[in-house]
Design a protein around this ligand. Structure first.
Ligand SMILES: [Zn+2]
Length: 311
């Protein structure tokens, strides 16, 4: 820990002094988060002003104007400002993943609530039509409106429905395809930033977290074999769990997934264990077998629990 922070300290940017022109509620919130990060690092760096370390790239910043407020999860999916990232990480490490998470949430919303400006596609045989999903009480029905379709297509579709063959079926498509891999990296980023806000620098500035950051910074390529498991129960609140069996890990509930991060305690073999448990077995639901040693509510501000006790 101290070795890593010393290295970071030596390589930090010289940075401009804290701006005296900050004003407004959002700037005050930014300044508060900046100072929270700075105070957390004071537990480790005593000989000079530490600054704020961007949790993604680990660069050090001494001017809050170089940092941006980060919504976790992304604002388009209902997230709240939780911490600060540098501008580069906010734009480059975020855009593709945030877009995928937005599309993923939109697809789930359309399928569950059925109200959207976008349409689903119903397909049977070679014929497909645009349809919206309308909910009435506990019932749901597809509605095919002529003005959003080629009338001839609708006619053919209806004819096919009225003369079903034994093997006929209707496929439902959500045409605004999202990139599943980007969405999963986006969930990893959400879980990582939740963990940062909850536990602080004492948690993320460990060597075992490098592979997590590498994956977030390189969303196109697979840096970790598998970091997610599907939740086997519906929980509407994001929670952080410390588990010791079958994985020694920090498990973070994000949407319908459990995201696996390194535990606060060694060993840090969680991704090897996930691979052993799931590879070739088509198994991705392990939550029922988890032995939880601790659970935490999702953070709504930078709590930095590890840093408070580090001094
Ligand atoms: Zn950064």
């Amino acid at each position: 820990m101290s070795g890593r922070l010393t290295r970071l300290n030596r390589t930090r940017k010289s940075g401009a002094p804290v701006s005296s022109t900050l004003c407004g509620r959002s700037m005050n919130a930014k300044l508060r988060m900046y100072r929270t990060g700075l105070n957390a690092l004071r537990n480790y760096i005593v000989d000079e002003e530490p600054g704020y370390i961007c949790p993604i790239c680990l660069e050090v910043f001494r001017d809050p104007n170089e940092l941006t407020r980060e919504h976790v999860p992304p604002r388009s999916t209902g997230g709240k400002v939780l911490c600060l990232l540098c501008r580069a990480c906010n734009s480059t490490a975020g855009s593709s993943m945030d877009a995928a998470l937005h599309e993923r949430a939109e697809a789930a919303r359309v399928m569950s609530i059925g109200t959207s400006r976008r349409f689903l596609q119903l397909k049977t045989g070679e014929i497909s039509v645009n349809a919206s999903l309308k909910h009435e009480g506990t019932n749901a029905a597809f509605q095919i409106e002529a003005r959003h379709n080629d009338p001839a297509n609708v006619e053919q579709f209806r004819t096919l429905l009225q003369t079903p063959r034994p093997e006929s079926h209707i496929q439902v498509w959500y045409p605004n395809l999202f990139n599943q891999h980007y969405a999963l990296v986006g969930y990893l980023k959400v879980a990582y930033l939740y963990a940062f806000a909850k536990f602080g620098y004492g948690y993320i500035l460990r060597d075992c977290m490098d592979q997590v950051r590498r994956q977030i910074q390189n969303p196109k390529t697979r840096q970790i074999w598998k970091w997610w498991l599907r939740r086997n129960e519906n929980q509407d609140k994001t929670m952080l769990y410390l588990c010791d069996r079958p994985l020694n890990c920090l498990a973070v509930g994000v949407a319908e997934h459990i995201i696996i991060l390194p535990s606060l305690q060694e060993p840090h073999d969680q991704y090897d264990v996930v691979r052993d448990l799931t590879e070739g077995k088509n198994v991705d639901e392990l939550t029922g077998q988890f032995h939880l040693t601790h659970s935490f509510p999702a953070p709504i501000k930078m709590e930095m629990l590890c840093d408070r006790t580090a001094a």
